[in-house]
Design a protein around this ligand. Structure first.
Ligand code: NDP
Ligand code: X2W
Length: 358
């Protein structure tokens, strides 16, 4: 719909990590024109005080996050805490249903309202088309169904960053029926930016720089139902997942190691071809050559997910390792990729394929 046009975009939560990364990517997008930038407690200050790396927007004044500030744009990106985007989105829909609203938070991701209540403990805001273009659906070799849902949509629920990493690692094996999704174990190393900017004692550099610390242990993490939802889309009738994230001293990045039992009778030598086929045509999901392992460093700043798969024959398990930048493919990059599809633009437009190193 905006094929040869500029689109205007407002970013709510522009003082935060996800909002800041969205702005960084939008500045590189040839058809995006940045409109209002809003915040909450920091409204009234300049963007440069919070995002000093975004030089071209340094003098922009952050407005309060109100429907008045956000209305009148072609696209609104909500980078707000959980529970805050539902009300804002509802007001925007009343004012201008044609505005494309992209929610980086969790409010509109889950299909089952009961899952929302269990893991988030509030009223469910509703379900929107899910912003993971590569999501496999049962019986398909390519992710055409998810892309079809995103084409022309005015609502996008961007996945959680941990969810993106674990889903991309495991879903080819689920869709092809070579792994059993009832005994999945995922352990993740997570950078601190995933926790947002708000101050918490365990996130102080004096504490965090010297340790790796697990959190949300024992089946409590909010991303568990979202991962299960995705693996069910890929064809798993039932999913059981043990999920343990670990904060490690890096600012960006997720390294997700997810393992599952190999379906008995499966030829271990045939497993790699399943992942090769699933991702052969994906611009942003790269299965590495045998023997090369994903690292978070190789994804920083890029919208890529690096994936590797191996079979542990003695344990009878398939081991997948996936690296992403939580703020790019895990949030803002995945959002922009989905937004391109929603606007009828080339999916890869304006998105970085190459990272920064070292
Ligand atoms: N960080 C990440 O890697 C990822 C984040 N996300 C999601 O993106 C969203 C934003 O996360 P992130 O940027 O990390 O968080 P931050 O804490 O860094 O930023 C939060 C933003 O929301 C604003 N805000 C805070 N409270 C309210 C409120 N009550 N109403 C409206 N605005 C408010 C803040 O404004 P102010 O500064 O003025 O207080 C700030 O702009 C969350 O839903 C998060 O879960 C999703 C995937 C990955
Ligand atoms: C390090 C850290 O705390 N990471 C966050 C990731 C947040 C995320 O992916 O986003 P949503 O909160 O929008 O689901 C976590 O594990 O909860």
């Amino acid at each position: 719909m905006f094929m040869r046009m500029v689109f205007t975009v407002a970013v709510a939560g522009a003082s935060g990590y996800a909002g800041g990364e969205m702005l960084r990517l939008l500045l590189q997008h040839p058809q995006a024109q940045i409109g209002a930038v809003t915040a909450h407690s920091n409204a009234g200050s300049t963007l440069g005080e919070h995002q000093p790396h975004l030089r071209r927007l340094a003098d922009r004044v952050l407005q309060p996050t109100t429907p008045d500030a956000l209305a009148g744009h072609d696209v609104v990106v909500l980078a707000l805490p959980h529970g805050a985007s539902g009300a804002v989105a509802a007001e925007l829909a009343e004012r201008d249903p044609a505005t494309v609203v992209v929610d980086l938070g969790a409010d509109h991701r889950l299909v089952d309202a009961a899952d929302w209540v269990t893991y988030y403990g509030s009223e469910h805001a509703g379900t929107w088309p899910y912003g993971l273009p590569e999501l496999l659906h049962t019986g398909e070799e390519v992710a055409a169904a998810q892309r079809a849902q995103l084409a022309g949509t005015t609502r996008i629920a961007v996945p959680g960053c941990n969810v993106t990493a674990v889903t991309l690692g495991l879903q080819p094996g689920v869709a092809a029926g070579v792994i059993e999704p009832v005994d999945v174990v995922a352990v993740l190393a997570n950078g601190y930016s995933g926790a947002g900017k708000s101050l918490k004692p365990h996130l102080l550099a004096s504490e965090g720089l010297g340790m790796a610390q697990p959190y949300a242990v024992g089946g409590t993490h909010r991303h568990i139902p979202e991962i299960a939802q995705n693996l069910r889309a890929a064809g798993a009738p039932e999913v059981t997942i043990s999920f343990t994230p670990t904060l490690v001293p890096m600012s960006r990045g997720i390294l997700a190691t997810a393992t599952a039992r190999l379906v008995p009778g499966t030829d271990p030598a045939a497993v790699r071809a399943v992942w090769e086929t699933a991702y052969a045509d994906e611009p942003f999901v790269h299965l590495l050559p045998p023997g090369q392992w994903p690292t978070t460093a190789a994804t920083l700043g890029a919208n890529t997910a690096l994936v590797q798969v191996a079979v542990d024959e003695r344990a009878g398990r398939v081991v997948t390792v996936t690296a992403i930048d939580n703020l790019v493919k895990g949030t803002a990059g995945g959002a922009l990729q989905s937004l391109n599809l929603a606007l009828g633009l080339p999916e890869t437009l304006g998105l970085p394929m190459d990272g920064v190193a070292p």
